[in-house]
Write a protein that binds this ligand. Structure first.
Ligand SMILES: O=C(O)CCC(=O)C(=O)O
Ligand SMILES: [Fe+2]
Length: 323
């Protein structure tokens, strides 16, 4: 399927650059926008503004990514193989997609352990600082969005439990530049899938390719309104935790290029702790909204999903836990 730029619908856009504080009118207005976007699309485009994500930091992160993926293959493999695309280095057999996963990117020690085998002489302090700074801003933003979302459902009392039920994983990705043979040809860099965790916050360089599917089944091509935009999207675990009240979008990445440039992206994944039980709060269950999924420990679902070859959408979730 090719995209028609003219007719392609857009993701909702939410501006967080005013750094809203809980309890202010601005916060309350933004939280309604967050809820509406997540119900309908399961995702939105967000800007945090130049003061929180200066252009300099953004450029530094992407140049760190280029430096990382430019390392020789045997060096990249030093960071361990990752079959489930979690920690360490992973690549698709055709080599069009490569990624590294870093668990707990807010810790300088973790980042040093990640970089030391890749740059054996003196590690890579600027890589560590750039990723740590970006992960810090994005994980703080993640907490804001979760707080707003829970408040918008009247679930204030669960905020602290929710925030402490997760860890963060950072994934950096490179998609090879590929000029499709014609506009109607779509070559996938990353196949259609839903994310398994609670929430993902993505950022890409200027090369597009990400598309997300709305509740109505339309594919929306992500065309950033501002170069400093992020995409926030819901994963399976949050869809279950909110008893299906928010959409969990399937998404994919199509290979393309811009002036010969490859696509680089990074994502902060908010992952429930392995033993955390994903269970909808009783406030979200009533006659109109009966319980949709049986509770399960996050790791159990994750293992099921990754041991099922070829299936990357939420059909396993429905098959195993759907009521
Ligand atoms: O590269 C992107 O923008 C999307 C990556 C993604 O969907 C994932 O890693 O789960
Ligand atoms: Fe994804």
């Amino acid at each position: 399927m090719g995209f028609d730029e003219q007719q392609s619908p857009k993701l909702p856009f939410i501006d967080f650059s005013s750094e809203p504080k809980p309890g202010t009118p601005c916060w309350d207005s933004l939280k309604l926008q967050v809820r509406e976007a997540l119900q309908e699309y399961g995702c939105f485009e967000a800007t945090l503004g130049d003061s929180r994500v200066p252009g300099k930091l953004r450029r530094a992160v992407f140049s760190s990514l280029e430096e990382l993926f430019d390392l020789p293959l045997h060096t990249k493999q030093q960071s361990g193989a990752s079959e489930s695309f979690q920690d360490g280095y992973a690549a698709t057999p055709n080599g069009f997609y490569q990624s590294f996963g870093i668990e707990d990117p807010n810790s300088l020690g973790v980042l040093q352990t990640f970089t030391n085998p890749l740059w054996p002489h003196e590690g890579n302090p600027s890589f560590c600082n750039n990723i740590q700074s970006m992960a810090g801003v994005v994980s703080e933003f993640n907490r804001t969005v979760r707080r707003m979302m829970l408040e918008s459902f009247g679930l204030e009392k669960y905020v602290e439990e929710h925030l402490s039920s997760t860890t963060y994983r950072f994934r950096v990705m490179k998609y090879e530049a590929l000029q499709p043979l014609d506009a109607a040809t779509e070559v996938l860099g990353l196949g259609v899938h839903t994310d398994k965790s609670f929430m993902t916050i993505l950022c890409q360089n200027e090369v597009g390719g990400l598309a997300l599917q709305t509740k109505r089944g339309e594919w929306v091509k992500f065309a950033p309104t501002s170069p400093t935009s992020f995409v926030v999207l819901i994963g399976d675990a949050l869809h279950v935790w909110l008893n299906g009240r928010v959409h969990c979008p399937k998404h994919k990445v199509t290979l393309c290029e811009l002036n010969g440039k490859s696509r680089y992206s990074f994502g902060l994944f908010t992952v429930p702790k392995p033993e955390y039980v994903i269970k909808a709060p009783e406030e979200l269950i009533d006659e109109k909204h009966p319980l949709k999924f049986k509770p399960f420990a996050y790791q159990e679902y994750f293992d099921l999903a990754y041991n099922e070859p070829g299936v990357k959408d939420a059909s396993i979730l429905h098959a195993h836990y759907g009521i």
